[in-house]
Design a protein around this ligand. Sequence first.
Ligand code: KG4
Ligand code: ZN
Length: 335
Amino acid sequence: MVILGIESSCDETAAAVVRDGNLLLSNVIASQIKDHAKFGGVVPEIASRKHIEAIVPVILQALADADLTLEEIDGIAVTKGPGLIGSLLVGLSAAKALAFARRLPLAGVNHLEGHIAAVFLTEHPPEFPFVALVVSGGHTTIYRVEDFQRFTVLGQTRDDAAGEAFDKAAKLLEIGYPGGVVIDRLAKQGNRRAFSFPRGMRNSMDFSFSGLKTSLLTLLRKRAAPFEAGEIPDVAASYQEAICDVLVEKTLRAAAEVSAGRVVICGGVAANSRLRERFRGDASAMGIEVFIPPPVLCTDNAAMIAVVGTHRLESGQRDGWDLNAVSRWPLAAQP
Ligand code: KG4
Ligand code: ZN
């Protein structure tokens, strides 16, 4: 089964072709980073307009890269939510139009389930069940994953997402956008012990990152002058380490508590080089197997949407022409 995936939930217009739910034939991503950079964050109205410009060329490129025509596609998968409504509607309308014109089955996919499913595009995917940490700009949640569409929440953030903590810190430090990528790069030259930042809610499986952001703000205000350029890598490395510490500690503890020998780390923040290194080191010390998709499949993409769509369509599930976008869509009932 060859599925065309379409993703437009935030600021990336993406299309991809996946065969049999595990073989990536093409993966096209048009980023809007430069359009939002001067605002220091995603501007929803601009995002929608840019999606409209990019969606058709991106889909055509995905088909061309896969060396396939629309006649050779067996179904269409599209992100239904969660995300920005105006952005989601662009991908959704394109998907519906294609499916209608070609009489193809259509599947509306949960973006978070997509992030988890990206791991099935790797050479050694995990078997079910496993524990998954979805860590992105909008979410920080630990799930126990029984199967596709079967999730239990083990822990989640009470305030900011980890990606937000990266992005807000970069904005406070005025070092660029998107924050996670900039901090990852600067931290490589920094001393992780130079500054002390709080690790929130140590004894819970839930997360809190707002205190971390506030402590950076307090540190900045207490100083007479802004950080010198030479100090920024130390701040970045120390701040990043505080985020990595809680993500690694809580996820591995959750895996141990539910006797899951496998953990999957996914979502945009899973592209962080230090987080990847920390998970690999600490998990193997605990005898837990860790699975992390390559960075390009951690940040937003349509290949992950095609994987979920494949399973939905293979099991006979179809969405109708009334398929609509949703801004909020939890993967599992809240505990
Ligand atoms: O999954 P994603 O692309 O979009 C959402 O679904 O939110 O995640 C975006 C988030 C942003 O907060 C961005 O700063 C963060 O992922 N991110 C990173 C890195 N690359 C992207 N955070 C830390 N290190 C990175 N290398
Ligand atoms: Zn995402």
